[in-house]
Design a binder for this molecule. Structure first.
Ligand SMILES: Cc1ncc(COP(=O)(O)O)c(C=O)c1O
Length: 381
């Protein structure tokens, strides 16, 4: 079965992890700070804190934004549940803005209307979390204009986006946001097995990231309240978590980061070939946005004439492991219990009904891609 996504780990990566295993520190050594520095250099963001998943990163980002019980956070339904769960971890409420059927990212006109309505009702969100779905950046400049108008903290869920760019900046640069969150899960642009990072250009958020990801504890005497007991001393200032990345994981991530541009290049070549070869099939292909270069985390198509379940099954029977992204968050039973219902966000629901994710990963061979394309022709024509 050709999977829809797969990591590519080589001998350099393995050596980098083994080096850490042979050294003094498995965690809290020097490799995590090196990885953080390298992520800043790559993305252009000023500050970075590596964490053990994007899920933890989204939680830390919400905590740093000051999200507490009674607050409201907005995101999109067309994402993995982590994009919304992070608000609930903080005791806040969640609401959604539907997607643009072309980009499958947040619909900016719908956002503008919903914000105006919320302002009239005095029920504006504290935070907006946008998702660069499949690796294609949202139109961050337009979104930033809106969030600034209403003083809303803007977080990029960039779990799909590392290696992509928007206008002149890399995704993760925070050029038009307060914070961005990356994922290093194995199907993502680079991997550290599990892992993630939170990025920002604002030092006050950076300080909060460090605190909330590390038990709320500081060892910086300038932050102490009261007496410093001595060199061993530390203080807990917030209720934080142990969301640290280990040095072993950071070594893998750092080694992978060196290959990120090659990975993205390969992903875009595969995507281009799909664009060309699938153009005559009854499919809606991913859109091209002149402002953005996608990281091509996912290659999504929408079926325009066929039943998705049937096509999914037939492709699997032929050894093509297509997948589906995403079950709209508000349709999960947990979210239905919170009061959301079918029909609330029809464009995300429609996309979900017809979407298929085709195999796309750097080590996909020409032969494998041909097999995927031929299988699609056999099933759809
Ligand atoms: C958009 C999005 N956000 C967040 C996450 C969570 O990432 P992680 O597995 O690193 O916690 C995912 C994972 O697939 C995702 O797709």
């Amino acid at each position: 079965m050709i999977p829809y996504g797969k990591h590519l780990v080589d001998d350099d990566d393995i050596d980098a992890v083994v080096d850490v295993l042979r050294n003094q520190f498995l965690t809290q050594g020097t490799v995590v700070p090196q990885f953080e520095q390298a992520l800043c250099e790559y993305t252009g963001a000023k500050h970075c804190v590596a964490v053990n998943s994007a899920t933890s990163g989204l939680h830390v980002a919400c905590l740093a934004a000051g999200v507490v019980a009674g607050d409201l956070v907005w995101t999109v339904p067309n994402s993995f549940v982590a994009s919304a769960n992070c608000a609930l971890y903080c005791g806040a409420s969640i609401d959604f803005v539907d997607i643009d059927p072309l980009t499958r990212n947040i619909d900016i006109s719908a956002l503008a209307i919903k914000l105006q309505h919320a302002a009239n009702q005095n029920r504006l969100p504290k935070v907006l979390i946008v998702v660069h779905f499949s690796g294609l950046s949202c139109d961050m400049q337009s979104i930033r204009n809106l969030t600034q108008m209403y003083s809303i903290v803007l977080i990029e869920d960039a779990a799909h986006g590392l290696g992509g760019s928007y206008q002149q900046s890399k995704i993760g640069s925070c050029a038009y946001s307060d914070m961005a969150v990356l994922s290093f899960h194995p199907v993502k642009s680079i991997t550290s097995a599990e892992g993630g990072a939170v990025l920002t250009n604002q030092s006050q958020f950076h300080e909060k990231f460090k605190l909330f990801a590390k038990h709320g504890v500081t060892k910086d005497p300038s932050q102490y309240q009261g007496e410093n007991h001595g060199p061993w001393y530390y203080q807990q200032l917030e209720l934080g978590y142990n969301y640290r990345l280990s040095d072993m994981q950071a070594a893998l991530g750092l080694s992978q980061l060196k290959k990120l541009d090659t990975f993205i290049q390969k992903r875009s070549e595969i995507a281009k070939l799909y664009d060309k070869q699938l153009a005559n099939l009854p499919l809606k292909l991913p859109c091209v946005d002149p402002q953005s270069q996608s990281a091509w985390h996912l290659y999504m198509v929408e079926l325009t004439q066929h039943d998705r379940q049937d096509v999914y099954q037939q492709l699997h029977d032929k050894g093509v492991g297509v997948n589906v992204h995403y079950i709209p968050i508000h349709l999960h039973p947990f979210y239905q219990q919170l009061g959301f219902k079918q029909g609330d966000f029809p464009l995300s629901e429609h996309f979900y009904q017809n979407a298929l994710t085709l195999p796309l990963f750097p080590s996909l061979t020409d032969g494998e891609q041909t097999k995927v394309i031929e299988a699609l022709y056999e099933v759809l024509v």
